[in-house]
Design a protein around this ligand. Structure first.
Ligand code: 13P
Ligand code: SF4
Length: 330
């Protein structure tokens, strides 16, 4: 049994009240990604996409950042705010995109292509960031690639689907690392076509981590924030959502009269599209990590300094207009 993932919390404790009390006592800010459980999103100070959360982590004056997301996101917070204590409710909260890009192999790949500018999706380890020129997220990738001179050769890692989408949309040939997100990879085109036949007027909103055969059916492709903005502003009442279903929580809060249907996996339902890493964070673990200020994110300083450079470049090159401001809960 994995004791790390099964914390024991006194069942008589009011965990919500304890989290609120400890947040004040420790001058902590709770940042949450849209793929977190609804109750975690509801207690967070800010909920947003990867870019929103990076900006919040860079500018917060809290002493402690509690990152309710996955490990690479908490690492970004530590890289940008090294003087803060950064904690993650479950240190096992990894990411299949990060796993698909081992730093040693990536370093060799970069060295073998010295005339290429290296762009990496933020979903990678700090060690991979350290071998990168510019980091991108799904909400600024298009704008950042467009700012690079047309004759500049580009490596894009680790997500081959986001890289392929950018390459097709912007007409840029890019050398792609062959990683994928195990969650977005599982949407089924066949089941999506069946669902669209049942709801012919429902627009499809898809994340660019989806394979091309899913993206081709989408009326809107973009980051979690941009999907949220699209579906809440669209005049239609029923929408099909091809990304991790955690985001439907914010959609239902923003537009309670609308129906949001998760795009199906191969078995015809969308349960296989719940990110198992994001799901490791729970309210009990959030409470414990605030109480104990751990598990803490610590990075080797040389790697942190090298990884900070491409992240700062990303922040400088990002459009100042964010598609959807992060939701502030306080
Ligand atoms: P965004 O929230 O930046 O769109 O990214 C989604 C994601 O991959 C989180 O793991
Ligand atoms: Fe990684 Fe995919 Fe989970 Fe996002 S949804 S954390 S990309 S495995």
């Amino acid at each position: 049994m994995n004791l790390v993932n099964t914390p024991v919390v006194d069942p008589t404790l009011d965990v919500v009240e304890e989290i609120k009390r400890l947040r004040k006592e420790k001058n902590a800010v709770i940042l949450a990604h849209y793929y977190q459980a609804g109750e975690i999103q509801d207690i967070a100070d800010f909920v947003g996409d990867s870019l929103d959360l990076s900006r919040k982590a860079a500018e917060t004056d809290a002493d402690v950042i509690v990152f309710c997301g996955v490990r690479f996101m908490a690492e970004v917070a530590k890289i940008l705010s090294p003087e803060k204590t950064v904690v993650l409710p479950d240190l096992e909260a990894g990411c299949s995109l990060e796993d698909s890009c081992p730093p040693d192999e990536f370093e060799k790949f970069v060295k073998a292509n010295p005339d290429h500018l290296v762009l990496s999706y933020i979903n990678c380890s700090a060690a991979v960031k350290a071998h990168t020129d510019i980091i991108v997220t799904s909400s600024n990738a298009e704008s950042i690639v467009s700012q690079i001179p047309e004759d500049q050769k580009i490596i894009f890692a680790p997500d081959r689907h986001l890289g392929g989408y950018l390459s097709r949309k912007l007409g840029r040939d890019m050398l792609l690392w062959q990683g994928t997100c195990m969650v977005h990879e599982l949407f089924s085109e066949k089941e999506l076509i069946k669902l669209k036949a049942k709801h012919p007027n429902a627009p499809v909103a898809a994340h660019p981590e989806c394979p091309d055969q899913i993206v081709q059916h989408a009326d809107h492709v973009g980051s979690t924030s941009s999907i949220l903005k699209f579906v809440t502003e669209h005049e239609t009442d029923t929408m099909i959502i091809a990304t991790e279903p955690g985001i439907i929580h914010q959609m239902e809060k923003a537009a309670p009269h609308k129906t949001f249907i998760g795009a199906p996996g191969a078995d015809g339902n969308c349960n296989c599209n719940i990110c198992p890493y994001m799901a490791l964070n729970t309210m009990d673990k959030l409470y414990l990590c605030l109480r104990d200020l751990g598990p803490e994110i610590n990075l080797d300083e040389e790697t942190r300094i090298k990884a900070e450079k491409p992240l700062r470049r990303m922040l400088e090159m990002s459009p100042t207009f964010a598609p959807q401001p992060p939701k502030e809960n306080l």
